[in-house]
Write a protein that binds this ligand. Structure first.
Ligand code: DCP
Ligand code: CA
Ligand code: CA
Length: 685
């Protein structure tokens, strides 16, 4: 709670509301809206904080490596993170270890930790890179660091004034509005007095400041019609306070854990995310409202959250441009004609920097997944069982982190997903409640599921197995009645249904991008879209329970396979016990979810942004491999590239508009068959 009043950075104060002074553009109502995180509030302040070269920093911190030493994180022969000193040598994620070492012989190339059969825990192993067939990557070290960082962020912000959304393994959105509001009232007591005539529509006095000290922040230039000599209004002051808070959060992370990060501060998520990527590493960028147009006009719209991928391609083809500046000249009617009403409106607003999506304070983990793609395929139940042992150990150790031994949280369902070429099969079962969960139980359950799948016959060779648990029960304490351990009727039915065969046979299923399989939450569209959001493009059978079965979209494609743990399939997440308890109260038997699964490597991403960046990575890798075709993968390239159009669909657009993507969904059918690429690609969070 150290930062509720970051250092004051205003100069040249004069009495507020002095005679003859102009009034603010903002009203008392606007000011009040800040306190309630109203997403339409024009004084809203959102920060996006993203760790610099995260996995690489995690290794540097762990190994005590000096900051100027080039280092990359290796997974098999590829690199998955590269620190900034190494980037100076031209090394990037596209490099192989050999190429990178050529560019910089003193590069430290640290392999990720792996699980190995027979060992009880993951470990950093000198020979991991040579053991792709026997080892399985563990990202636990990064998850743990991610969790520590989140804890620092949350500890640093006043508990009653924080709204933090974990948006990926190394990034968060923070809605700072209520916090900034409190600081505004503290610093400018005149704001606390009631509005004249008690009318909230009355304008505020102008801020009693004419110069704001932005310290070391990268300030985006103002739109043409504004100048730095214009007096700042309250939105500038609010964003300045937001940037002070962001800076103090970054300092806390640095001081306590030795990590650096970048931040973007603006009035919404989309802009703050673009801001954090603007200047890296270890810097923050402020996008004042008066600078939004100028800032966005230089971007390709495909860089904007949710505007990449297929939708971005469609737009650039339809309007023959990739530039925001040029697309902004297109009238909304024309956008609607080409893209449909909802998508057209959504795009129109988005490229103008309008994004009313909420910062969603969910920070908990919803499920856990442990998976392996096999190269070569495996051929027997014995081989598969060995992997199940590792998966069970992997998941159990993460459950212990989550407090399963103390009965803080425990999963209620387990799912095994099996892939054979283009065919996927999955089985799900309830995890017996009421007694201590242990690794052996998980292993036994997994074996049972495997046996059920084997009954289908013809299940070998197998190219991928993944085990997941989900349906977490929250905050179970010692004195709860037996009811707490029972699955409610509706859920039980769903579970029963889903433990019957759920075989998805067609090749297109194997290609289904995660966004399409995303389960639909029934919380009324927390992202701000009410019933009109992305939900409209899907139907579902189980209205409220995260243990649903198959879901088909309106095109008749299968959406729900696997892992049928419903919406609770986010594999990486963080837990905060206080927060969790409060959620646990209202959501004892169900937690709202968003879920993006990558069908290429079984990564589970917990936000569309994370999914998008993940897909970007696959895409870049595909391109790179096209240039460096190895005989083994030669036949996979074009299909992989062709299927890399992403579907991390935007959730909801501004009020009343619904998600983009409708226009493109009809064109997604019938993609070419793609083969799994194996874990050498990536194992993401
Ligand atoms: N990651 C990965 N594969 C990707 C993208 C990311 O394995 N395609 C992992 C490694 C990264 C971490 O996730 O360290 C965070 O991803 P970022 O995209 O935020 O990239 P970095 O943090 O590495 O770099 P930057 O400093 O550009 O944010
Ligand atoms: Ca990062
Ligand atoms: Ca990131």
């Amino acid at each position: 709670m150290s930062s509720s009043s970051p250092r004051n950075s205003f100069r040249d104060t004069s009495p507020a509301g002095a005679p003859g002074r102009r009034r603010s553009r903002f009203t008392h109502r606007h000011l009040a809206q800040m306190a309630s995180y109203n997403t339409t509030c024009p004084l809203r302040v959102v920060a996006h904080i993203d760790l610099d070269c995260f996995y690489a920093q995690a290794e540097m911190v762990r190994l005590g490596i000096p900051e100027d030493q080039p280092l990359a994180v290796q997974q098999w022969q590829g690199l998955i993170a590269v620190n900034y000193p190494a980037r100076d040598f031209g090394i990037g994620r596209h490099c192989t270890v050999t190429e990178a070492k050529k560019l910089c012989p003193k590069l430290i190339s640290q392999h990720v930790a792996t699980w190995r059969e027979g060992d009880v825990k993951w470990a950093y192993r000198p020979d991991a890179a040579a053991n792709i067939t026997t080892d399985k990557v563990s990202l636990d070290p990064y998850r743990l660091e991610s969790r520590r960082i989140l804890a620092v962020i949350r500890d640093h912000l006043p508990s009653h004034l924080q709204k933090v959304e974990k948006a990926g393994i190394d990034e968060v959105f923070v809605d700072l509005s209520a916090h900034v509001h409190a600081i505004l009232l503290e610093r400018f007591p005149e704001l606390a007095s009631p509005p004249p005539y008690d009318d909230p529509a009355e304008q505020l006095p102008m801020p009693p400041v004419s110069v704001l000290d932005w310290q070391a922040d990268a300030l985006v230039d103002l739109d043409e019609e504004h100048t730095e000599f214009d007096d700042p209004d309250w939105d500038d002051v609010a964003i300045l306070i937001g940037s002070e808070i962001a800076r103090s959060v970054r300092t806390a992370i640095r001081d306590k854990l030795r990590y650096t990060c970048a931040a973007g501060i603006a009035k919404n998520k989309m802009l703050s995310k673009l801001g954090s990527a603007h200047k890296k590493p270890n810097q923050q960028t402020v996008i004042r409202n008066r600078a939004i147009r100028h800032f966005l006009s230089g971007f390709k719209f495909t860089k904007i959250r949710n505007l990449g991928g297929k939708l971005g391609d469609e737009i650039s083809q339809a309007f023959k441009t990739e530039q925001v500046g040029e697309l902004a000249a297109v009238p909304v009617e024309q956008l609607k004609r080409k893209l449909g009403d909802d998508t057209g409106t959504w795009v129109y607003n988005t490229i103008r920097g309008i994004d009313l999506s909420e910062v969603n304070a969910r920070t908990q983990l919803k499920s856990m997944l442990s998976a392996k793609s096999f190269r070569p395929d495996i051929n027997s139940i014995d081989q598969a069982t060995k992997w199940l042992r590792i998966f069970a150990a992997d998941i159990f150790s993460r459950l212990v982190e989550e407090g399963v031994l103390e009965n803080k949280r425990r999963p209620r369902a387990i799912n095994l997903h099996h892939r054979q070429g283009g065919q996927t099969r999955s089985r799900q079962n309830a995890i017996p409640q009421g007694r201590q969960l242990d690794e052996e139980t998980l292993f036994d359950l997994a074996k049972t599921l495997l046996n059920q799948i084997s009954l289908d016959g013809h299940v070998w060779p197998c190219s991928n197995l993944s085990l997941s648990v989900g349906g977490f029960e929250e905050g179970i304490t010692g004195n709860m009645g037996i009811g707490a351990f029972l699955i409610k009727g509706e859920e039980a039915q769903a579970l029963k249904a889903s433990s019957r065969a759920s075989v998805a046979g067609d090749a297109s299923d194997a290609l289904h991008p995660a966004g399409k399989r995303r389960r639909i939450d029934d919380d009324g569209g927390g992202g701000g879209g009410g019933g009109g959001g992305i939900q409209r493009f899907f139907t579902r059978k189980q209205p409220s329970v995260g243990l649903g079965v198959d879901v088909r979209n309106n095109g008749g494609e299968r959406l729900g396979n696997p892992p049928s743990l419903g919406t609770e399939m986010v594999s990486d997440g963080m837990m905060d016990s206080a927060h969790e308890l409060s959620r646990g109260q209202s959501n004892r038997h169900r937690t709202p979810i968003t879920d993006y699964m990558c069908r290429r490597c079984d990564a589970s991403l917990d936000s569309s942004e994370a999914f998008q960046s993940h897909e970007d990575w696959h895409f870049a890798k595909d391109l790179q491999e096209e240039e460096r075709v190895t005989p083994t993968f030669a036949n996979l390239q074009s299909a992989a590239a062709a299927s890399s159009g992403r579907t991390g669909l935007p959730k909801t657009g501004p009020a009343g508009t619904s998600a983009a993507g409708a226009a493109s969904s009809s064109k997604r059918a019938g993609r070419p068959k793609k083969t799994e690429r194996g874990q050498s690609k990536l194992n993401f969070g």
